[in-house]
Each structure stands twice: as structure tokens, then as C-alpha cells.
Design a protein around this ligand. Structure first.
Ligand code: NAP
Length: 487
């Protein structure tokens, strides 16, 4: 089967309606939103475009299902998640192609996302039957203290476009395990993967109303009434810090439980004693995963002045060898950016940094022609500039030097963000000292990837609060209840 026939067949089979209360339906207005292939600009499919009315109907369905879902057995929820894991793994190629089509990353990376996204289903299938409580005698011995966990309740989940499957499963899997019902609002650019995944959850037997999905082009307008509805008990958001701040404010009058996975501005520190080959390989991963469009992306490469030339030369060589193209093509390592706006932002930051004195080692330009491609770019001699202050979200690496560990730590921490950070050193004492002083929720020590379903993913400062994955992940969806019992 030719690749385009396979793509057409896959796209034809993806649901393109809203999922509300177990029923696939159009928006009442009949509105539809177009999903674009960022590698070509072509429209891949049109999907029902929900509004406030549909979002409220989705909350109605989630609220109606909450009571019986909360009573379902942990084993049932565990088995459902395990069946979903098996099914995602069985259909991994299909999901990978869908991610590549609507988001742009190369197929091999999309497959990586599918495996990562599936791991949350497996991990939380194991956690679902391990939720504990406590039983103690009060200190004075006069009463008994029973501590138990209840599901937090109906949850609104808002996800970004950069990991269309994994950002959804990282929320849906712990919510299922905990017994919460859900309304998922996927990003406007990438609703297809979420809709396909919701259909998969239906196919493995998730009860009606537990997961509802409403794509929309009117995110703020569509979610505002739901956020004020007393039946909603939790908001979990992954996206930019600017939108996260607005949602924290919007959720305050309803006193919602809130989890915020927001933007990052990760430093990657290469110490004087680092293994340079390891550091270059780690920097390639930390920078280029998802075409630089990851919240964990290394935005600022900080290199000790004694090894800066060697590191920069090797790193620039690796960056310039990367092959650009549509993610479905063999050998392609770098896909397009998500849209023209994203490319203009990256392009503007690079030109302005160069105009301010930064030196281009490789790349620096948008690729002419269809799609939103930008060349892998390395800059050195980057002084104080927005390119190191803002989240870049593109295949661009600004290198800055430092002269001591303290200098590296203070430069790394000089940001309002606090999500991921990376350190490369062969000296264990230095490693521990630097790791302890970094004000970030996650540190990759001699490795360029921190994401793992078994680890608590999340940030500090303006990168948000709450953790996804690990033993902590399920707690975000549980409320603690204590019962005092007279003996
Ligand atoms: P975004 O613009 O903040 O959008 C994220 C989601 O929020 C989308 O579904 C969007 O809908 C929705 N949204 C936007 N404005 C809203 C509003 N006023 N009310 C309700 N929903 C609203 O972010 P993005 O560009 O999609 O994603 C990139 C950002 O996500 C980066 O900052 C990145 O660092 C961050 N991110 C963080 C993590 C993490 O775990 N910390 C992981 C991945 C990404 P529309 O699509 O319709 O605009």
C-alpha cells in the first residue's frame, strides 16, 4: 500500500465528532475545524468544533457517570487500563502515523511518543490496585483514625499539541485509576490523536460518560462556564505559562483542585570534566526531541569556557547533519514547526540575537517552500537576550559560557521557569552539589531525557505545580478523607 493511500485510509477511519456521554455527535452549530499537516499546509481532516453548549453537555455526562464510576472496583479500572495499553501497543504504527500527520514530528519520534504515552496506561493500571489508606490510634488513645482516598471528581483536562497522545494519557490514565470522570479538550491543532484514543478507550469497555472529548476553536469561551460549574472538581492543564496563569485565576472562584504543567526554559550545563561525546549526544536529545518543541527542551546550553570550543564544534556538526523533511519520509530527523506563527517567533528571535552580536555556527534560516521548516541552528557568544529568556520552542541552541560551578548555577537558575534541567559531569561530588542547587522540578544527570512514566514529571516556579507519573501522579486525582472512630 502506498504511503499516501495508507494515510488516507487512516484519516478516513479516525472519528471526527465530539464524544459526549458515549455518543459521537456533531456540534449543534454544525461548525467544523480544519486539521492541517504542518509539513505541507494541506488540510488533513475536518473535525466537529464544539462550543460552550457541547462543553457543558460533556460535563453533564461526566457528572452523571461520576458516582457509579467511583464505586467501580480498582481491579476493573486496572484491567481497563491494561487492555488500553495492549491495544495502543498493538496499534502503535497507526497512532505514530497519526501523530506525525497532525503534529509533524518524524515517525520514529512519534513511535517513541506512543511507547511513552502507552506506559502511563500500564503504570497506572498497576497503581489502580495499590491505592492505600491508613489506620491509626490517636496519640491519646481515645479514638481511631481512618484515612481513606476518594476520587477528586469530574475533571477538565486541557492538553497542548506537542505530544498529542502522551499529554492525554498522562492525565487520563491516573484519572481512570483513581475513579474520576473526565472532559478532555485537546489542542485545536491536534485533535485527531485524542479522538482516536477516546474511541480505543470505548472499545476496551470504558463506561459511558467517563471520558468525554470536545475539540474546539474557542477554548476560553467554551471552558469558562464549565470552570464555574460546582459539579467540576478538578482542572488539569498542560500548556503555556501565560494561559496557565489565566486558568488558575479562572478556577479560583470555584475553588478547584488544580494541576499545572506549564512552560520551561531548561538549562543544559556542560562542566569542564564532562565526557564531551556524551554531552553532545545528550544535548542533541534534549534540544532536538520534538523539533525543539518540548517543555523540557534545552533552551540554554551553558558550557564551561575551557571546553566551549570543542563542545560547540562537535555539537554544531551534529546539528548540521540533521535531515529536514516531512516526518513520514525515511531518514528524516527534523520535521516542521507546528505553524507559521511558531516559525516566525523562532526566526525573529534568531535574527534579533544575531543582530545583537551572537555568532551563527550553523543554520539560522527558515526553509523556503511548503511547510513550516526551520533549520537546526547553533549560536554562540549569546549575551543577555530574549532568546535565552523566552521559551524558544524550535530547533535552535544558544550557547553561553561559564567560568565556575557557582557561575553555572546562578546562570541556570536566572529564569522564572523551573521545569527540566540537565547537567553533564564525570565528577560525582560536583554532580550532587550542582543538582542540589538547581531550582528545577527535574534534572537529567548525564542524560538528555527526563520523561518516564514511573517518575514524577513537573515543575516549580512559573513552570507550575502538581506531578504527572510516578507514585505521585495518582494523588493529583484523589482527595483525602479522614474518619474519626470511637472505639
Ligand atoms: P497553549 O497555547 O497554552 O495551549 C494549551 C491548551 O490550552 C490548548 O488546548 C489550547 O487550546 C488551550 N487554551 C488556550 N487558551 C485557553 C484559555 N484561555 N482557556 C482554556 N484553554 C485554553 O500551549 P501550546 O502552544 O498548545 O503548547 C505549548 C506550551 O505547552 C509550551 O509552553 C510548553 O512548554 C507547554 N508544555 C508543558 C508541558 C509540561 O508538562 N510542563 C508539556 C508540554 C507542553 P487551543 O489549541 O484551542 O488554543
Amino acid at each position: 500500500m502506498s504511503s499516501t493511500v495508507r494515510e488516507r485510509e487512516l484519516l478516513d477511519n479516525v472519528p471526527k465528532k465530539l464524544l459526549i456521554g458515549g455518543v459521537w455527535r456533531e456540534a449543534d452549530s454544525g461548525a467544523r475545524l480544519a486539521v492541517e499537516d504542518p509539513a505541507t499546509g494541506a488540510v488533513l481532516a475536518e473535525v466537529a468544533d464544539g462550543g460552550p453548549k457541547e462543553m457543558m453537555a460533556a460535563l453533564d455526562a461526566a457528572a452523571d457517570a461520576q458516582r457509579s464510576w467511583a464505586k467501580s472496583s480498582p481491579r476493573l479500572r486496572s484491567d481497563l487500563l491494561r487492555a488500553a495499553y495492549d491495544e495502543v501497543v498493538r496499534r502503535a504504527d497507526e497512532f505514530a502515523l497519526l501523530i506525525t500527520l497532525e503534529m509533524g514530528k518524524p515517525l520514529a519520534e512519534s513511535l517513541g511518543e506512543v511507547r511513552y504515552g502507552a506506559e502511563f496506561l500500564r503504570w497506572f493500571s498497576e497503581e489502580a490496585v495499590r491505592m492505600g489508606g491508613r489506620w491509626n490510634r490517636s496519640p491519646e488513645g481515645t479514638t481511631r483514625l481512618l484515612t481513606m482516598k476518594d476520587p477528586a471528581g469530574p475533571t477538565l483536562m486541557i492538553t497542548p499539541w506537542n505530544f498529542p497522545l502522551a499529554m492525554a494519557t498522562r492525565k487520563i490514565a491516573p484519572a481512570v485509576a483513581a475513579g474520576c470522570t473526565m472532559v478532555l479538550k485537546p489542542a485545536e491543532q491536534t485533535p485527531l490523536t485524542s479522538l482516536a484514543f477516546a474511541e480505543l478507550m470505548q472499545s476496551v469497555g470504558l463506561p459511558v460518560g467517563v471520558l468525554n472529548v470536545v475539540p474546539t476553536t474557542r477554548a476560553a469561551e467554551s471552558t469558562s462556564a464549565v470552570l464555574q460549574d460546582a459539579r467540576l472538581r478538578k482542572l488539569t492543564f498542560t500548556g503555556s505559562t501565560a494561559v496557565g496563569k489565566r486558568l488558575i485565576e479562572a478556577s479560583s472562584s470555584n475553588v478547584l483542585r488544580v494541576s499545572m504543567e506549564l512552560g520551561g526554559n531548561a538549562p543544559l550545563i556542560v562542566c569542564e570534566d564532562a565526557d564531551i561525546d556524551k554531552a553532545v549526544a545528550g544535548a542533541m536529545l534534549a534540544k532536538m526531541r520534538n523539533i525543539g518543541q518540548a517543555c523540557t527542551a534545552a533552551n540554554r546550553i551553558l558550557v564551561h569556557e575551557s571546553v566551549a570550543d570543542k563542545f560547540a564544534g562537535n555539537f554544531a556538526a551534529a546539528m548540521s547533519a540533521q535531515q529536514l523533511g516531512r516526518g513520514t519520509e525515511t531518514g528524516v530527523q527534523v520535521g516542521p514547526l507546528i505553524d507559521e506563527r511558531a516559525r516566525e517567533k523562532v526566526s525573529g528571535l534568531v535574527s534579533s540575537a544575531v543582530a545583537s552580536g551572537a555568532r551563527l555556527l550553523t543554520g539560522g534560516s527558515a526553509r523556503i517552500g511548503e511547510g513550516y521548516f526551520f533549520e537546526p541552528t547553533v549560536l554562540t557568544d549569546v549575551g543577555e537576550h530574549d532568546i535565552t529568556r523566552e521559551e524558544l520552542f524550535g530547533p535552535v541552541a544558544p550557547i553561553t559560557t561559564f567560568c565556575s560551578d557557582d557561575d553555572a548555577i546562578s546562570k541556570a537558575n536566572a529564569t522564572e521557569y523551573g521545569l527540566a534541567s540537565y547537567v553533564f559531569t564525570e565528577n560525582i561530588s560536583r554532580a550532587l552539589r550542582v543538582v542540589e542547587e538547581l531550582e528545577f522540578g527535574m534534572v537529567g544527570l548525564n542524560q538528555g531525557v527526563v520523561s518516564n512514566a514511573a517518575a514524577p514529571f513537573g515543575g516549580v516556579k512559573h513552570s507550575g505545580f502538581g506531578r504527572e507519573g510516578g507514585a505521585e501522579g495518582i494523588e493529583e486525582y484523589l482527595s483525602t478523607k479522614y474518619v474519626g472512630i470511637a472505639p
